[in-house]
Design a binder for this molecule. Structure first.
Ligand code: ATP
Ligand code: MG
Length: 288
């Protein structure tokens, strides 16, 4: 059994359900008038590693905000373990959200707190335990991510990769059923990024009941960790299925995306006639 005992806490508790699927039904999200994603229908299966893939600015973090409940949908619904998160009584939705751990895109560590204090925050804020017990719990998850020796360092004394691992330790300290990671490998060199992938995989092995959702645009990471993939493009979900199904699908856009090809028109510097007056003026200046 894993170190995290994923307890059954009562008949009506969703943690009693065998799986913690995250399902989007006709989900439309955005900010005010600005629709970012429209009519998303997909399920991220419980107990698996799902990767939400898409180009920069396509709405990956926005979708994550709706899973966490930081934003309300413009339309449609988000279901977790079969429960409609925005239709549930708030107290019940909060109980489900308490079982989520989040690694934010920038790590979101507080600069004034040491690593061990940052990692302990979810416990110090929500449970009453002696300080020494909380510190020990924080050291245990720091050990899991290989940062125990840096427990008393401050975030600005750490590398970007270390900050991300510390963010991950904080995300798992309260024994989540769903771990959400926003771009855990962005900004990391390939070796450090591969280490982060290996760390996520080892967490998955250690806590097989935990659903892991990773937002990424890193194809190497995708291939290393994904069981399930949701691809977003131009405001839509264009694929939701297994990694194998993605690798073998014949959709031209997805094939291009997986081979990292760019549209020539997207990247080529535009050739355009220069103004002969400008050319003459430059020539005159160079000859002067
Ligand atoms: N708080 C906000 N208010 C208004 N618009 C926002 C807000 N946050 C994001 N957006 C807009 O929503 C769209 C999607 O942004 P989002 O951050 O979800 O993209 P992303 O896929 O996570 O990008 P990246 O890969 O660069 O992190 C963008 O057009 C962005 O400008
Ligand atoms: Mg983002």
């Amino acid at each position: 059994m894993s170190e995290f005992s994923l307890r059954k806490q009562g008949a009506e508790d969703v943690s009693a359900s065998p799986q913690w699927d995250i399902t989007f039904r006709s989900l439309t999200v955005g900010y005010g008038e600005h629709v970012v994603l429209r009519d998303i229908n997909a399920t991220l299966p419980g107990g698996k590693v799902s990767v939400i893939l898409g180009g920069s600015g396509c709405g990956k973090s926005t979708l994550l905000r709706h899973i966490i409940g930081l934003s309300r949908p413009l339309g449609g619904s988000v279901h977790i373990g079969g429960q409609d998160m925005f239709a549930l009584p708030p107290a019940q939705a909060r109980r489900i959200r308490r079982r989520m751990g989040v690694l934010f895109q920038d790590g979101a560590l507080l600069g004034a707190l040491s690593l061990v204090q940052n990692v302990a925050l979810p416990l110090t804020e929500h449970v009453r335990l002696p300080k020494a017990v909380i510190r020990e719990a924080a050291l245990r998850v720091l050990r899991l991510v290989g940062l125990e020796d840096f427990a008393d360092y401050y975030p600005n004394q750490l590398s970007g990769g270390m900050r991300k691992r510390a963010g991950l330790a904080r995300a798992i300290i309260a024994e989540p059923r769903i771990l959400l990671c926003d771009e855990p490998t962005s900004g990391l060199d390939p070796i450090t990024a591969a280490r982060m992938d290996a760390l996520l995989l080892s967490l998955h092995e250690r806590f097989p009941d935990m659903s892991i959702v990773v937002v990424s645009h890193d194809l190497d990471s995708l291939r290393a960790i994904a069981d399930h993939v949701l691809v977003l493009r131009e405001g839509r979900a264009v694929f939701s299925g297994s990694l194998e199904a993605l690798e073998t699908c014949d959709d031209p856009y997805l094939r291009q995306f997986l081979r990292r090809e760019a549209d020539a028109g997207d990247v080529a510097a535009q050739d355009s006639e220069s103004d002969p007056r400008v050319r003459r003026a430059i020539a005159a200046w160079l000859d002067a």
